[in-house]
Design a protein around this ligand. Sequence first.
Ligand SMILES: [Zn+2]
Length: 228
Amino acid sequence: MSGKRLYIWLKDEVKFKTKNGKFLSLGNIYLTLRTTFYYGSFEYPRGSGKWYQGKHTPIITKELFDRVQEQISEHIITNQSKEFAFTKVMTCGLCGSGITADEKFKKQKNGNVHRYIYYTCCKSADKHCKGGYLREEDLVEKLTELIDTIHLDEIGMKEKIKTEIERHKQFNVGILGIKGETIKVADVDIRNYAKHVLRNGTTFEKRELIGCLKSKIILSNKQVNIVL
Ligand SMILES: [Zn+2]
């Protein structure tokens, strides 16, 4: 099954719902399929390169996980399943059109496929607009710098931080066997958390974060600006 087929199967046939009573989004499904935790290993903190073997009983084998990863990357290449985090919140600073994204795949020597994402003006207002391209890595760097001046929907962010803290607590106590002191939501710097999501989050998490932004983001000739 493709991710999309899996999504339809879970929603329409199985009618599977999360503990919050919602159907899984396609982003959720890809996130689940990429989670190493189910075969026993996890990286903590994420992106650190420090891998642990959990004490829990795996529900899938590493072999199955690897086969799924192959299937997913093939599927992404053949079906061009496009998921971009930042398109909806940005506007072209030159002509006022929306911003669209495109992706390119490069196969590396070790066989891995690297996905490059470019953002650009969609040219609906001016088909000759010279908005230019900006790579997602550069966009993330610029957004991270700008996050100190962005208005965040604090309440929305706090709910997400609570979930994140709960997840870390489960890792520490249940898997690493560490009894740490409890972190309170009030102690977490919302802006630092937002920067962490921008750098290390999945497309799904970044999109959720972007949903909390109260500002408009303007993209013009590789420059990123915020309108308050
Ligand atoms: Zn434009």
